[in-house]
Ligand binder design. Structure first.
Ligand SMILES: [Zn+2]
Length: 212
């Protein structure tokens, strides 16, 4: 089960295909679909017709809630900064690396306190508590398992989060190092000398020292 997921809000009803309008109420259902969580956004009519409580729901049904659709802003959203808590959380969820499970949870709690994220629901799966966070502005849903951190672990995780926010993910750093190496090779002084060797009359001293 991959419970590291971002499920984005649809811009149209998953049943009838009608587009959502700004401020329109919609329903979301979340279910477990073998390898990952699946999400379906519905207009009220389709919800009442097919999915409301008491009707047949998908196998693995987990949660349902009501939301209000907000049309995306006309301008493209700002690029995500790697050092912001939200940008870092999105990167960690995409990486889906258990090493960052604790850090993701701490970031989600931080963002909940800042009211960037809201807890929509929680459920238990295979004995673990899974929290369903929603980003109210764009409707993205983050499903994050509660790592049940001990107080003694908090300090280490908070340091890990602070380090990630300051320096970014290790993969970002190695990319920067690679491009740095490429620049060094271009400026390599030895390759310049080699290119001057075919014209020895103008560089006698240098040729002599090279032959010693
Ligand atoms: Zn519909």
């Amino acid at each position: 089960m991959n419970d590291w997921n971002i499920q984005s809000r649809a811009h149209l009803c998953g049943e009838c295909g009608n587009g959502f309008e700004d401020k329109q109420a919609y329903r979301t259902i979340l279910w477990s679909d073998e390898a990952e969580y699946a999400r379906l956004d519905l207009c009220d009519a389709c919800w009442e017709e097919k999915y409301q409580e008491g009707s047949a729901r998908p196998d693995g049904f987990l949660s349902a809630w009501r939301g209000v659709y907000q049309a995306p802003p006309p301008a493209p959203p700002e690029a995500i900064q790697k050092e912001t808590a939200e940008g870092l959380l999105r990167k960690l969820l995409e990486l889906n690396d258990p090493v960052y499970l604790n850090a993701s949870y701490i970031l989600a709690v931080m963002l909940e306190r800042k009211r960037v994220l809201k807890v929509k629901d929680e459920f238990r799966e295979e004995g673990r508590r899974i929290l369903v966070y929603e980003h109210p502005k764009n409707g993205d849903v983050f499903t994050i398992p509660d790592p049940e951190l001990q107080l003694t672990e908090l300090d280490v995780v908070q340091k890990q989060v602070a380090d990630l926010m300051e320096n970014g993910l290790p993969s970002d750093e190695s990319q920067a190092e690679e491009s740095g190496d490429a620049e060094v090779e271009i400026e390599d002084p030895e390759s310049e000398e080699t290119s001057e060797v075919p014209d020895p009359d103008h560089q006698p001293d240098r040729l002599e020292s090279a032959n010693v």
